[in-house]
Design a protein around this ligand. Sequence first.
Ligand code: SF4
Length: 63
Amino acid sequence: MAKIPHLDGDVCIGCETCTRISPKVFHMVSEHKAAILDPTGDTIEKIEEAMDNCPVACITWEE
Ligand code: SF4
C-alpha cells in the first residue's frame, strides 16, 4: 500500500519549502498554509526530502 503523507495545517508556517521540493504533492492553499494536493504524486524519497526540510516538522506519514 502506498505511504500517505499527512500535513498538519495548524502547525504549517507556509514557508513553501515542501511545495518547491515536491510541487505535485504539496500546494499552497493560502499565503501562509500548505496542504496535500496529491499524496501519491511523487516518489517516497522526494516526499521524505520535503518532510526532512520542513522547518516545523509538520509533515508525517499517516499511520
Ligand atoms: S515545508 Fe512545512 S512549514 Fe513549510 S510550507 Fe511545507 S508544510 Fe508548511
